[in-house]
Design a protein. Structure first.
Length: 302
């Protein structure tokens, strides 16, 4: 839907901006043999991995799939097992597609920029591109090549060789970045085409179904907020003796020290029976205790 496209565009733009800031403030190639590769790959891969995990964690479908595993497979018969597996695979693919937006954007932008790739593989450039000092040993050649990302460390007689190597590596990095973008775009397009071909719904029916699911979720969220607020209000009223926001309050309840202690502390979801839970310490107190004790009458005029 439009919301998904807008959300993915915003994620991509934020990732591009974050990558530029990240590179400007933190990236500094060590220009040392053996360290360049680790440093460059770390800046390429680790942020992408973190963004992928965050993408999974921020998707509500991930937690719906994880927390609803028993409802998916608790009473599955052999006849609909394959259908359930297809559904789970479809949801996983959808979640993964959304989660990959940020890391793929990160990898594409960093490859097009070229700095990380140049730092990582500069010491591994083929010997044919390094003809300025043919008499040095292989280890010395790698040491000199590793300094190429840092122009201030390169001897003046190797400046031209350094420029040629940097241009070659930047070309390779940018080609890889654009190839990654092309592969992702083609894959996404083909995936949508295949999903549409195998969909049992027509185009207009699919649009109606998407609209229904969106509206149902919005209404459910509104009802959840109102229901939980009304339910919590009953428990708060029992503890304090009045509704929050009530006008013309005649009296208030003065909780005892024991009652304050009963609702204080860490609250865990507590199972009451096979079908019900206590959601908080105040909820547990309201279900178990009677609202007796001291009441204080309130004068209407201050």
């Amino acid at each position: 839907g439009k919301e998904v496209v807008i959300a993915n565009a915003i994620i991509a733009i934020l990732t591009i901006g974050g990558q530029q800031l990240f590179s400007f403030f933190t990236f500094s190639c060590p220009c040392h043999v053996g360290q360049n590769l680790i440093y460059g790959l770390a800046f390429l891969g680790v942020p992408a991995l973190i963004l992928l995990i965050v993408g999974y964690a921020l998707n509500n479908q991930t937690w719906r799939l994880v927390m609803g595993k028993r409802s998916h497979f608790g009473r599955v018969t052999s006849s609909n097992w394959l259908l359930k597996c297809k559904l789970v695979c479809f949801v996983l693919c959808s979640i993964t597609g959304r989660a990959l937006v940020a890391p793929v954007t990160w990898l594409a932008v960093t490859l097009i920029n070229g700095s990380y790739y140049i730092c990582a593989v500069s010491e591994y450039v083929p010997v044919s591109y390094y003809a300025a000092a043919p008499n040095v040993t292989a280890s010395e050649r790698r040491r000199i090549l590793a300094t190429f990302p840092c122009s201030q460390l390169v001897p003046p007689e190797l400046t031209r060789a350094r420029d040629e190597v940097i241009l070659l590596l930047r070309y390779q990095s940018q080609v890889a970045g654009w190839l990654l973008i092309a592969v992702v775009v083609i894959t996404v397009f083909l995936s949508y085409c295949l999903a549409s071909c195998f969909s049992p719904l027509s185009f207009l029916h699919f649009r109606y179904w998407s609209s229904y699911v969106h509206n149902e979720q919005e209404l459910f969220d509104e009802a959840t907020d109102q229901h939980s607020r009304l339910y919590a209000m009953q428990n708060v009223r029992k503890f304090f003796g009045f509704f929050p926001g009530s006008e013309n309050v005649k009296e208030i309840r003065i909780p005892s020290l024991k009652e304050w202690q009963a609702i204080s502390g860490l609250a865990f979801l507590k199972r009451v029976d096979e079908e019900h839970y206590d959601y908080s310490l105040l909820h547990d107190w309201a279900l178990k205790e009677r609202a007796s004790g001291k009441y204080l009458r309130i004068d209407e005029d201050p």
